[in-house]
Every structure is written in C-alpha cells, then in structure tokens.
Design a protein around this ligand. Structure first.
Ligand code: 5AD
Ligand code: SF4
Length: 471
C-alpha cells in the first residue's frame, strides 16, 4: 500500500524527468473477459483526456464499456479535487455504489482515481470508512492501472497505490478518443505556480514538459487519421519547455504544431504571467492557431491577487489583455474568476466587476472560493461567509452574462468557419463550434458532420448562436 504524502507532493527538485514506454504484460489481456465497465469523469479537460487513456487500457484488458453504472461489473471514478462540490459529487456516487454492492451486486468492483486519490484526507477516509472500495490509484501512476486492478481482483483486499513524487513521463499509453474530429494532446503535466487557493500543484506534481518530437508525432498521426482539431493541454501551457535544458518554448511548439497541417489548434490553460509577446505574434500569424485565449484573472483586486500569489496586478493583467485583443484579429477571450477569497471585501469585489466591465469577456467560468486541504489560503482566518460569497457570485454572473450576449450579438450577419460536430438532440439540427469556441446550431445534412464549413450567424443568445449554412 502506498499512500499520498503532501510534504513529498510539495517538493520541487531539479531531478531530470525521463521518458518511459507503456507496456502491458500479455498475461493481463483477458482479465476483463465477459466483464463490463463504467467510467465516470469529474473535472477538467486533463481528466477527460486521462479518461480516454483509462478506457483504452481497460479495453486492452478485454473489458467492454457500458453507459449505465447499474449494468457494470467494474465502476471507476476519475475524480477532481478543485472545489468541495467535486468532492461531494464523487462521495455521493460512492454512496450509490455501496448500496448496489450491498443489495444487488456484491461482486461489483469499485475503483477511485484522479486528483482526489492524491489527497491525504480522502485516502484516509477511504481506508477507514469505505473499506469496500476495491482499489485506488493516483494521477502519477495511471499507467499502472492494469496491474493495480489485477492485484485487486486477485487479492480481494483494498489495493491502494498513490505516488506523491511524479516520476517519469509515460509515452505510448493507448487512447480511446471521444471524438473522431477533435483530440486532446497533453503537452505539459503538473504545475509549479502554487497559487495559494489551489490544490493542483499537490495533486498533479511538478511541471514536466513532454518532448516536442512526441507531441508533433502525435499531431501528425491525428492529421493522417483525419482529425480536424487539437487542443494542447496543460495546467499552465505557457510554461511549456521551461524545464528543458535547451531553448524551446510554447512559442516554438505552437509554430511547429501549426506546420503539421492540422486545421485547428487550441491550447489551454494559460497563466497571464508566462504569456509572451512572441506567443501573441505566433497566434496572430498562423491561421490554424485559433484566435481564442483563455486567460484566467481570478480577481480584479491587486490586493487579493497578491494574497492569491498570482504574480500580476489588475493593471498588468489589463495591459496583457488589451495587447492580445489588439494584436490578434477577431480574438475571443475567456477567463476564470473566484469570488469570496479569504479577506475579499466589497471594494475588492467591485474591482472585479470593474475589470469585467472593461474586458467584456466572451466567456467566463465563475466560482465560489472553496478552501482546499493544506493550501495556504485555507489556513487564513478571515474566510468570507457563505451567503456573502453566494450573493457576490450572483451579481458577478449577471454582469458576465450580459457581455456574453453582447459579444455574441456582434457576430450576427458574419460568416464564420465552423467544425460540424453532430446533431443536436433538441431541434433536429446540426451543431458545431466556431474558431472562437462559440456553439452554433443550424439546419443541414448529416453528411456535413466532421467537416469545416461556412455558416452565417442569424441570431445570438447568451450561450449559443443560430446560423444557416452558406453554400
Ligand atoms: N476554489 C474555487 N475555485 C478554484 N479554482 C481553483 N482552485 C479553486 C478553489 N480552491 C478555479 C480557478 C481555476 C479554475 C480551474 O478553478 O478559477 O482557474
Ligand atoms: Fe480538477 Fe484540477 Fe485535477 Fe483537473 S487538475 S481534475 S481541475 S483538481
């Protein structure tokens, strides 16, 4: 049994990160024969992509996917730690699974992985109160799933293997992609920023960039397979390459990926601190790097930003924001905002509203501050009362929503390039996404799915656009 350890998880060393190849022992390839699995994913795109790997690994073991957990022999939860409600959802699901195990299916195998598995408190709770959970593994040893699962099946006791040091970058892990048109590609793992509210540097470990050659090769393969879009993924993609002992940055990577022939490139998430002028130029210059930048601000108050450890002020953020808007034609900008960080006063919150009024974001993800285990902000004693946080969130949402609609309305009458993704269930229409990630619904033939076409915007709503195909 190997358990998470926050002191180790926090350590950052200069140790060189090596590359290792995923290997599966032939003897394991039938352990899932005749068995069905259900995988539930919580959290961000990083987790969604990990789940694509997990599914492929399970299927190499002969498990077959089902879409209802009640039909499964194996249920695995790929969890998220970012806020308390992500925790609650996962524990709620564990409650339902316990019930099934007690009443209907005592042989049900239950596993938990992902970010919550990296938390000391969660694993303690699972050992003490959730003894019926069969296995737990963390974010650093996901590739060990076949072996951990096999041990759990053989031993009939709880198997827990969570590493607190990140180890090597594993290449060659199989992947079952959700979409045949757009793909996630990891470029950097972990985060070294240690914003004071955030648990990610503990759950995902130190910053480790993937070798550029492996990334380019993966994108080239995707192009050959007919993919139209990639999203380059990382907790802080702008820090890409900073851990190499040679000079190769996000700017270089974007340029090189743009020459693979993939029609659309997105990247996320960016920290304002590492966003260089060079990056702006590369995005502006290359037609297949999409004019969409997710630039989390978190707060509009420089005082709160300092307490958050964000390393920029309201003014320097706005300078960067304006530069991006000016230099990248038709760019769309989105953000993340937290309300109710410890010590946030009404006047700090008003600074955030003021910033939103200036930025008029195309999209914004707004959150109530949630204290996370062992992070510096959770130890501050001036926590904001729940009802104040709720009230601020509502006020903030009103303002951001106003601008989503306003920005969308500007697009009415324009002809936009759209990747058609499927049929929308509600209205018997097609849907797709524009180059700035706007959802657009329109009538059209199903043969258009998977193609990039021109669509004229005829109407704008807060969350989507309506369009018509331009022949
Ligand atoms: N409470 C609330 N929101 C958080 N985020 C990260 N940590 C917390 C927390 N403790 C938000 C940030 C980040 C996004 C992914 O989640 O806005 O950018
Ligand atoms: Fe959640 Fe962060 Fe883990 Fe993504 S990396 S699953 S957002 S805790």
């Amino acid at each position: 049994m190997e358990l998470p350890d926050y002191i180790k998880a926090k350590k950052r060393t200069k140790e060189k990160v090596e590359k290792e190849l995923y290997e599966l022992d032939d003897s394991l390839k039938k352990i899932g024969s005749g068995k069905k699995y259900f995988l539930k994913t919580y959290g961000c795109q990083m987790n969604e992509h990990d789940s694509e790997n997990i599914k492929a690994m399970l299927e190499e073991l002969s498990f077959v996917e089902v879409d209802n957990y009640k039909d499964a022999d194996l249920v695995l939860l790929n969890t998220c730690s970012i806020r308390e409600n992500a925790h609650n959802k996962a524990f709620g699901m564990l409650g339902r699974l316990k019930h099934i195990k007690e009443k209907d299916n005592p042989d049900l195998i239950v596993g938990l992985c992902g970010c919550m598995a990296q938390e000391e408190g969660v694993v303690e709770k699972i050992i003490k109160k959730y003894k019926w959970v069969n296995f737990v593994f963390g974010t650093h040893n996901m590739h060990r799933l076949p072996y951990i699962l096999n041990d759990a099946l053989q031993s009939q006791k709880q198997e827990i293997e969570v590493l607190s040091r990140e180890g090597n970058i594993i290449e060659g892990v199989p992947v079952k992609r959700e979409s045949p048109y757009k793909a996630y590609v990891n470029i950097i793992y972990g985060c070294d920023k240690f914003c004071t509210y955030c648990i990610v540097p503990y759950t995902r470990g130190k910053q480790r960039s993937r070798n550029p050659k492996d990334i380019i090769r993966e994108v080239e393969e995707l192009v050959k397979e007919g993919y139209k879009e990639v999203t380059l993924l990382g907790q802080n993609v702008n820090a890409y390459g900073k851990d190499f002992d040679y000079q190769y940055t996000m700017e270089n990577l974007l340029e090189d990926v743009s020459h693979t022939g993939i029609p659309r490139i997105f990247f996320m998430t960016s920290h304002p601190w590492d966003f260089t002028d060079g990056m702006i130029d590369v995005i502006a210059k290359n037609k297949n790097i999409m004019p969409y930048v997710h630039l989390p601000v978190q707060s509009g108050s420089s005082r709160i930003l300092k307490l958050m450890g964000r390393r920029y002020t309201k003014e320097s953020y706005l300078e960067l924001f304006d530069k991006i808007r000016e230099r990248i034609p038709n760019v769309s900008l989105s953000t993340d905002i937290i309300v109710g960080f410890p010590g946030e006063e009404e006047e700090d919150f008003l600074e955030t509203l003021d910033l939103v009024e200036h930025c008029k974001y195309d999209n914004a993800y707004t959150f109530i501050y949630s204290p996370r285990e062992k992070t510096p902000a959770a130890k501050l004693d001036n926590q904001v009362p729940e009802e104040v946080k709720e009230e601020r969130l509502q006020r903030l949402n009103k303002v951001v929503n106003k601008y989503f609609l306003q920005q969308n309305k500007k697009l009415v009458g324009q002809v936009l390039s759209v990747l058609v993704e499927g049929t929308s269930t509600k209205k018997n229409e097609l849907f797709g996404y524009t180059e700035t990630k706007k959802l657009i619904n329109f009538k059209g033939d199903e043969s258009l799915i998977g193609k990039i076409i021109n669509v004229e915007v005829v109407d704008a709503k807060t969350w989507s656009l309506d369009g018509k195909v331009v022949e």
